[in-house]
Design a protein around this ligand. Structure first.
Ligand code: FMN
Length: 181
C-alpha cells in the first residue's frame, strides 16, 4: 500500500529532543531500488515516531535530518548500487522534530542472478564517543556543501581520512568500537 507521506510532510520544528537506542536494539528497514520503504521493524516505528502504515511506501528520506551532509548519502548509494556494503553514522529525524543517532549498515539484496532487488539496513546504538567525534566532522562537511557543493565536502572528507591515514570503513568501524581519533 502506498504511503501518503513524503519529505514535505517531515517536521519543520527541528528540536534538540532526542531518543537513544537500547544496547540490544536493532532498527531494521528494507527499501525498493528507488529508496521507498517496503519493510520496517517495530523499533524503527518507535524511534522515527510514525506508524508502520505511514512508513511503508514512503521514501526513506522522510527521516533525513538537515544536519546530515549529503556526501554521506552519496557515499552510501554509490557503494550499495555497486553491491558493496555501507557503514556510517546517521542522525535521523523523528516525527516530533527530534533526532536519534544510529550506526547504520546498508547492503543490497540480490536475486539468484545477482540483480539488485531491494536494499536492507540494520542500525545499532553508537557509543557517545563516536557521536562526539562525528558531530564536528559532519558540521564541517555540511558547511562545505553549503559553500561549494558535494565536491567541496568530499574533498574535506578525503583530506581528513588521508591526514589520519585511515580508510573510510576503518574510520567508522573503529569509532563504533569506541575508539577516538
Ligand atoms: C535501505 C536504506 C536505508 C536508508 N536509511 C536511511 C536513514 O535511516 N536515514 C536517512 O536519512 N537516509 C536513509 N537512507 C538514504 C535515503 O534513501 C536518502 O538517500 C537520504 O535520506 C537523503 O535523501 P535526499 O537526498 O532526498 O535528501 C537509506 C537508504 C536505503 C537504501
Amino acid at each position: 500500500m502506498a504511503s501518503n507521506l513524503s519529505k514535505k510532510d517531515a517536521p519543520k520544528n527541528i528540536s534538540n529532543n532526542f531518543k537513544t537506542l537500547g544496547d540490544d536494539d536493532f532498527i531494521v528497514s528494507k527499501t525498493d531500488t528507488s529508496g521507498k520503504i517496503i519493510y520496517c521493524n517495530e523499533i524503527f516505528t518507535k524511534m522515527a515516531g510514525y506508524p508502520a502504515s505511514s512508513l511503508i511506501g514512503a521514501n526513506h528520506n522522510l527521516i533525513r535530518h538537515p544536519d546530515m551532509p549529503r556526501v554521506a548519502f552519496k557515499l552510501a548509494w554509490d557503494l550499495i548500487k555497486s553491491k558493496k556494503e555501507f557503514f556510517g553514522f546517521v542522525k535521523n529525524l523523528s516525527a516530533d522534530g527530534g533526532y536519534y543517532w544510529v550506526f547504520a549498515y546498508i547492503t543490497a539484496d540480490l536475486d539468484p542472478s545477482g540483480n539488485i532487488i531491494s536494499y536492507t539496513s540494520v542500525r545499532r546504538k553508537p557509543p557517545q564517543s563516536a557521536i562526539d567525534t562525528i558531530i564536528p566532522i559532519y558540521k564541517l562537511l555540511l558547511e562545505a556543501e553549503q559553500r561549494g557543493g558535494m565536491d567541496a565536502s568530499a574533498k574535506i572528507l578525503n583530506g581528513f581520512l588521508d591526514e589520519n591515514k585511515l580508510g573510510y570503513d576503518e574510520f567508522v568501524i573503529n569509532l563504533q568500537k569506541g575508539a577516538t581519533i
